[in-house]
Design a protein around this ligand. Sequence first.
Ligand SMILES: [Zn+2]
Ligand SMILES: [Zn+2]
Length: 424
Amino acid sequence: MNAEPGPSAEEDLDLYAILGVTKSASPNDIKKAYRKLALQHHPDKVPEEMRAESEAKFKQITQAYEILRDEQKRELYDTHGMAAFDPTRGGPGAGGVDLNDILSQMFGMGMGGGPGGPRRPRRSPDEDQPYKVTLEELYKGKTVKFAAEKQVVCSQCKGTGAKEKVKPNECDRCGGIGRLEAYRQIGPGLVRKEVIPCDHCQGSGVYYKEKDRCKKCKGKRVVKETKALELYIPRGSMQNDRIVLEGEADQVPDMTPGDLIFHIVEEPHDTFTRIGYDLSADLHVSLVESLSGFSRVVLKHLDGRGIHIDHPRGKILRPGDVLKVPNEGMPHKKGDVRGDLYLIVKVDFPEDGWISSDSDYEALQKLLPPPPPPIEAEEVDEVQYEENADIEKMGAHQGDPRYTGGEWEDDDDDGPGGPQCTTQ
Ligand SMILES: [Zn+2]
Ligand SMILES: [Zn+2]
């Protein structure tokens, strides 16, 4: 533990005074004092209207007892004060006192029903945010250094919000609990009851007059700070992978800080499509290459390498053919294993009018296989046609449920008799 030289005990919370004992009290005296106070202030032992107040008192005496009953913790407190128990300052983190644990130790399980109302979480919330990464970056892996502005517990007052030697006053708005019940509208006519931190005392349960507040944080108990952080994205990371910076979320007094989490959002790529560790890309070949083979670099990989394909003569590549290149997909996070690369053949046909002379056409006709045999019919009609028609328009607006092309232009048409899946 790296407990810095902290303030002396009388500068912050006086645990001995809370339990009403002297600094030289024996462990037995401390136990007796706690027992008496705990019974007196136990939230289950008081009328409903006093419950909030007594819960706060109970929490305070329990925290004091939790530290003073432990020889090691008591020594730490005597030397460094409450700072020794502040996890944000490297303390062992006595913030997580479990009332029920103490209760069962003191009074046996019978009384461990817990205080009325929900308990305060001991960890500040995690912060989750998307982080956009290109496929190239995911292929190679990436380290990002950035300056994060975060909320930290005020170092001047160690999160009390008060100047030195100021005695705490119980917050009168929340009755010292540090939180309030509030109603929040979550939808039309839908209201949920929630417990929110008290804004009067910033959730501390104690309130200080303006002149008593800490100068640095102005009583807010926390300040903004810029911290240099580093984000490491392992190669081969996937969409929605989470990168967790432990304890780097905003700090909240009396809580262990939550994690700062980035989840990866893979940006779409112009050339490659990814599924799992496999990649696919279009393989554009010319008509002559599709017919007579080729040997060339067909595309640049995500690390800039050229991918060379040798396709021999005698094998024709047809549109939609798929070539699989093993081990040229995305790298796995560990080891040298990689996924596969699927190349989907697209044949680029020549432009209109690429040859014009009759002799060239004749040469081509001689070279290529002949047309199919003629179709015999009794009657033949010569028809007109449009070029570049859209197959998506086939069957549109004709009420046939088999029509699935285009977009639904009018959702109101989907009444009875509209598109539906039924088996008969
Ligand atoms: Zn402060
Ligand atoms: Zn309050």
